[in-house]
Design a protein around this ligand. Structure first.
Ligand code: ATP
Ligand code: MG
Length: 588
């Protein structure tokens, strides 16, 4: 398990090593590509593929992408970019249920947002697996014709019973030795709609005694009367994922098919199937190869489409792009940036060992990128008044604040100083604890970019809450003037002119879950939700922030990184989301 205390160098990525070795050995030097997916005959008409490798990112359009998908996107598109290859975006839409256009649209939008595309010269490498149904059907008939598949009429229960266990072999189906002619006829009847849903299944004929249960005659086609978003009612039989996926890779001439570890046990079937189809001359060598890596597990969130759907549908959050959600749409609204995800995926690396990554590592990556990229602004999140009693009533004076402390080239901006200011409630203490250097009765502090002031008194409301602090300023101490250093004070507080401030809605987001491993053991992950994951406040912001455009990002000095919400901001009235605090508040 990683921890935020470990130094994290650029982590290793074993798949890069594999690609480099394959390229060195010219493994794909003669692979052909005609410009579009297709079988051996189709590709044979093409030239040697100009893409040195082909990878793919194959989401099923049955939900929104999450942070785990970002790892896969950077891996697949990143390998292609770094090794002279091409990465396809392929919608794995062979399952007719649960898939829809809204998901397709949001997936393409997020892949673009992360900085990747699929238009490569004249070639548009965006594909839909459902366009391969004809070939898949032909491949299934070919297996039958060559004695590698049979139609099974056992019930689902019988099949389960006869599959055996990890320690016991399975039992052959009574239908396993049907003649090729009978199998073909039954399979064609399945396609023609002559059999009820679930009544017949086409299975690969491999080995019911295989130590790998996935090789015990896996199902490859089932009868399912369901409308498909792309093919409509053309089909009433649909291929199983484990049959469809290798074929999709092969038709697209994928060289490195990268998936998560749970598919490791499927690799023998992946290879078996493609070899059988190559023997039948439907596919040509070199065939794609599957590589498995450890999926991303991130503390304090859930990365599973099903759980994310539950959170949205159960109204635990406000829609798919709620800034607290680990969806990419949510992360974007929260103010996370694509470069931060890039840094994150580089840091965590790619390995075969399952582990949990600390959420703080992701936050640190965002901080690093945002620190560089964000201009500074002043915001008072929990305002109380500070009145400078010896300052002229109607005077407005310019103070100059640097836009970025490490980048003087970004210049300074003007912030107005007046008699009445907003300061942070926590910057005044009536009875200060030891080591408190900000405002206190009779204490002195510098108003950042302004004057040194001395506290002269304070006022409370009926409830005993401080409402106003009073002070006097020392006229010769303005920052940037010769007298600025004449008086040394330890504290330095930020402020906004009350007459000029923009009172804005600001959302302070925190972690969605209060537990590092939501739902661990037999807890319901819903019970692990953090009840204080968002707090909406009215903050007093420096006046220039009124002009912020949706997705403008800033560091609010001393508070963290904030973004103008891309949905709820209107011109002249932006709403801000806290992306991440300056430091990790959860560290123990
Ligand atoms: P989920 O488990 O959330 O439902 P999925 O694996 O079903 O996700 P797909 O749409 O099939 O989602 O995923 C597309 C690609 O993203 C796959 O190649 C998958 O391996 C990869 N992927 C999904 N989740 C993660 C993760 N947590 N870490 C890394 N890669 C992931
Ligand atoms: Mg999946």
């Amino acid at each position: 398990m990683s921890s935020e205390k470990e130094p994290i160098a650029l982590a290793s990525n074993f798949i890069r090593a594999i690609v480099e070795k394959d390229l060195e050995q010219h493994k794909f030097a003669r692979k052909k590509w005609v410009g579009s997916p297709g079988d051996a005959a189709h590709q044979a008409m093409g030239q040697v593929d100009a893409a040195k490798i082909r990878t793919r990112f194959p989401p099923e359009p049955n939900g929104y992408l999450h942070i785990g998908h970002a790892k896969s996107i950077f891996l697949n598109f990143g390998l292609a970019r770094d090794y002279g290859g091409i990465c396809h975006l392929r919608f794995d839409d062979t399952n007719p249920e649960k898939e829809n256009q809204e998901y397709v649209d949001s997936i393409t939008e997020m892949v673009h947002w992360l900085g990747f595309g699929w238009q490569n010269g004249k070639e548009n490498n965006l594909y839909f697996a459902s366009n391969y149904f004809d070939f898949m059907y032909r491949a299934a008939e070919s297996l039958i014709e060559n004695g590698h598949a049979y139609v099974d009429s056992q019930t689902a229960d019988e099949m389960r019973m006869n599959r055996g266990t990890l320690t016991e072999p399975g039992k052959n189906s009574p239908d396993r030795d049907r003649s090729i002619a009978e199998n073909l006829q039954l399979f064609r009847e399945m396609r023609a709609g002559k059999h009820a849903d679930g009544s017949l299944v086409l299975r690969a004929k491999i080995d019911m005694a295989s130590p790998n249960i996935n090789m015990r005659d896996p199902a490859i086609y089932r009868v399912r009367r369901a409308h498909h978003h792309n093919t409509g009612d053309t089909w009433c039989i649909y291929p199983m994922y484990t049959f469809a996926h290798p074929i999709e890779d092969a038709l697209e001439q994928i060289t490195h098919s990268i998936c998560t570890l749970e598919f490791e046990d499927q690799r023998p079937f992946y290879d078996w199937l493609l070899e059988r189809l190559a023997e039948a001359n439907l596919l040509a060598h070199p065939l794609p190869h599957q590589y498995e890596f450890a999926r991303l597990n991130l503390t304090y969130v859930v990365l599973s489409k099903r759980k994310l759907i539950d959170l949205v549908e159960g109204k635990h959050v406000n829609g798919w792009d709620d800034p607290r959600l680990p969806t990419l749409a949510g992360a974007r609204r929260r103010g996370y940036v694509a470069e931060g995800f890039k840094l994150f995926t580089d840091r965590i690396g790619v390995s075969k060992a399952d582990s949990w990554i600390e959420y703080t590592i992701l936050e640190d990556c965002m901080r690093e990128v945002l620190n560089e990229a964000s201009e500074r602004r002043i915001a008072v999140l929990d305002p109380i008044k500070l009145v400078i009693d010896n300052y002229a009533d109607n005077k407005t004076e310019d103070c100059f604040a640097p836009n970025h402390p490490q980048k003087p080239e970004l210049g300074k901006r003007t912030v107005p100083l007046t008699k009445e200011l907003w300061i942070e409630r926590e910057d005044f203490e009536e009875t200060p604890p030891k080591g408190f250097f900000r405002l206190m009765p009779d204490g002195m502090v510098r108003l950042r970019y302004g004057y040194v002031v001395k506290c002269t008194g304070f006022e409370k409301d009926a409830a005993g809450q401080i409402t106003t602090v009073r002070c006097e300023y020392l006229p010769d101490t303005k920052s940037g003037t010769a007298g600025a250093d004449a008086i040394k004070v330890k504290g330095n507080i930020h402020w906004v002119s009350a007459a000029h401030a923009y009172a804005a809605e600001v959302r302070l987001y925190d972690r969605l879950f209060k537990e590092a491993h939501p739902g661990e053991g037999d807890r319901d992950y819903i019970n692990d939700l953090n009840p204080n994951s968002v707090k909406t406040i009215t903050a007093q912001l420096e006046p220039s922030l009124k002009d912020a455009k949706p997705e403008d990002r800033f560091q609010f000095e001393r508070h963290g990184y904030f973004v103008a919400d891309r949905k709820d901001s209107v011109a002249g009235k932006p709403v801000f989301n806290r992306t991440v605090t300056l430091r990790d508040a959860w560290q123990k």
